[in-house]
Design a protein around this ligand. Sequence first.
Ligand code: PRP
Ligand code: URA
Length: 213
Amino acid sequence: MRVINPDHPLIAHKLTYLRDERTDSPTFRRLAEELMTLLAYEATREVRVEPFEIRTPVAPTTGIKLSNPKPLVVPILRAGLGMLEGMVRLLPSAEVGFLGMHRDEETLVATTYANRLPEDLTDRQVYVLDPMLATGGSMVDAIRFLVQLGARDITAVTLLAAPEGIEHMRESFTDIDPPITLVTGAIDERLNEHGYIVPGLGDAGDRLYGVVN
Ligand code: PRP
Ligand code: URA
């Protein structure tokens, strides 16, 4: 697995405000979108393109355009939804599929409660969005499911990642070629005894959309 943690002052600046417990939901949503757009720049570095002939007002030239089939973006509900707009702003022609997952607060095991994806992901470039990689259980299950549907070219994008989650992903996907790529805004210190990222930002879904029990 490849791990990319872009070192950029704007990412660090926006993450600081995102983490701050005083940041309200509207600001949190805006920052999550902006961070996603900054990370998308790295995450899409190997997006598939093909040559494209055009004519400028001065001369003919060959540029590039995104290849077909277009990339598939998969936000993991709920919190991944907060990153979607920031991604499709940069990739407006991408298709979007959805996975709904919820992690049990006691066992930390994730279950999937919603799935709206194309049936065949063979040859698709897939970008999975979730702000938090904690134990990695949700992301590993999501990627396993995408692999079952035929996807091989998979990039996960997170705002924060715990070393434990990165290790879990690394151990889970040793045989996928090309290797899974993880692009993350930051790698935090650790998980606490409740499975929360430290220092983290708390519960991303709750901070985006409010508390549900
Ligand atoms: C959060 C987060 C990830 C998951 C990370 O979602 O958005 O999906 O927890 O934890 P893990 O790496 O230990 O699996 P949550 O289950 O709280 O659902 P929500 O997005 O609806 O709030
Ligand atoms: N999910 C979150 O939203 N935050 C964490 O710190 C861990 C899992």
